[in-house]
Design a protein around this ligand. Structure first.
Ligand code: PHE
Length: 423
């Protein structure tokens, strides 16, 4: 995608491109399910604090490293600290991307399947029990999730192959506002649901006694996952931002949008969760159990359902493309592979790992590690171990290894935006 190295044409373009990677299943699928598992509002407060106080500074470090070196994380660290082992942070980032994209494609496959079922109106007249049972049967079939995952992975690989990131940028500009509009619509629809009060209390009334170390860690992980940090994705984007654009502004706008979209998603989902008597701790299936019921109850639900799952699919693919591209670019840089070979290797590996994730979710599967299926293992370890570890290395690098004047130069855009930073 990145040679010859271009740059985003405007701050809006850069913000939207970064937003395409950041906004995805993390906001709409993962946020409600992790918030549900961790007690709701109190978790959300910690998550917001983590996003702004911890994640934004890390995002700024990644963008600065990328813009300074004009390379991916691996190459940037090798260039800014030659002969030292810092570049292995980039290798760790690639492993993280691989782990994430493997389960990400499985969930995106569910979304595609739900899109297909919306088109043929398969949810019509079904009770919540039937919808939930249907999802379980889908997962337990073993092969169906693999099939839909493969379709999604194929589409992702296709986009990475053709490198149509310009097209994606343009398409993100329409997509993001549409996504927000739909979520606001669903939020308004929640007003009319029986479980509205209970759902809103779950999202908005914090019970701080519920906060313990585990909740804080989950909130930190969700903030990292949702903002795509700790694995070098932002470094690549940073390398395309023009020298005089303000990085703090871009990071700030993206973080505010990301948090707002996640909370909107919570407001769209939880009133329905309580209306339909679904357990908020249902885990990764939560949103998929809830949405078809919401669409069934609302006027024009057939079309809303199709529109929603289409947008969810597109939000997911702009994120998965950025993850795949990180792996492909590293293979090309490190092993001097052609783009075609790198893409074939990456796709093959993701297919194998994704299949492992999907198959391990089948009821009674023995593919379990540390008491979790492989899907959960990948989901949990990427956000609570791999990304925080990567992030720690990145901030130590930015703060202590990289030249201080360089970092300051990046944060103030060589003086162009120093006033804004100081005020
Ligand atoms: N932030 C993306 C989402 O919310 C997921 C992602 C993580 C994308 C890491 C790229 C890198 O869906």
């Amino acid at each position: 995608m990145h040679s010859p190295r271009g740059s985003f044409t405007s701050r809006f373009g850069a913000t939207v491109a970064v937003g395409g990677s950041v906004v995805g299943l993390g906001n709409i699928w993962r946020f409600p399910y992790v918030a549900g598992e961790n007690g709701g509002a109190a978790f959300i407060v910690v998550y917001i604090l983590m996003s702004f106080l911890v994640a934004v500074p890390i995002m700024l470090s990644e963008l600065s490293i990328g813009r300074e070196a004009r390379r991916s994380l691996h190459g940037a660290m090798a260039r800014l600290s030659p002969g030292r082992p810092w570049k292995f942070t980039g290798t760790l980032g690639v492993v993280t991307a691989l782990v994430i994209v493997s389960f990400y494609c499985v969930v995106a496959g569910w979304a595609l399947n739900f899109l297909g079922r919306s088109v043929v109106d398969d949810f019509a007249g079904r009770s919540i029990g039937e919808i939930t049972g249907g999802l379980r049967a889908f997962i337990d079939s073993g092969w169906k999730p693999v099939l839909w995952m493969s379709v999604f992975l194929g589409l992702t690989a296709g986009i990475v192959w053709f490198g149509v990131e310009k097209g994606i940028e343009r398409f993100n500009k329409i997509l993001m506002p549409l996504l927000v509009l739909m979520l606001v619509g669903l939020g308004v629809n929640s007003l009319f649901m029986e479980g509205f009060r209970e759902g809103m209390a779950f999202v908005l009334k914090p019970d701080f006694s519920k906060i313990d170390g585990a909740v804080v860690f989950q909130a930190l992980g969700q903030a990292f996952f949702s903002l795509s940090i700790g694995m070098g994705a932002m470094t690549v984007y940073g390398s395309y931002v023009k020298r005089d654009e303000s990085l703090p502004r871009i990071a700030g706008t993206v973080a505010i949008s990301d948090v707002c979209i996640a909370i909107l998603s919570g407001i769209a989902i939880f009133p329905a969760v309580f209306t339909f008597d679904i357990n908020p701790t249902s885990g990764p299936e939560l949103v998929f159990m809830t949405l078809p019921g919401i669409f069934q109850q609302m006027p024009g639900g057939y079309w809303v359902s199709i529109a929603f799952f289409s947008i969810l699919f597109m939000a997911a693919i702009t994120s998965s493309v950025s993850l795949m591209e990180a792996i492909v670019a590293w293979l090309m840089e490190e092993f001097r592979m052609s783009r075609r070979r790198a893409l074939a290797m990456a796709t093959g590996t993701v297919f194998a790992l994704g299949t492992l994730c999907a198959v391990s979710q089948v009821e009674g599967s023995r593919l379990r590690v540390l008491g979790m299926d492989i899907f959960d293992l990948f989901d949990k370890t990427s956000s609570t171990v791999l990304m925080p570890l990567g992030a720690l290395l990145i901030v130590v690098f930015a703060g202590w290894v990289m030249d201080g004047a360089m970092l300051r130069g990046q944060l103030t855009s060589m003086g162009h935006s120093s006033k804004r930073l100081n005020s």
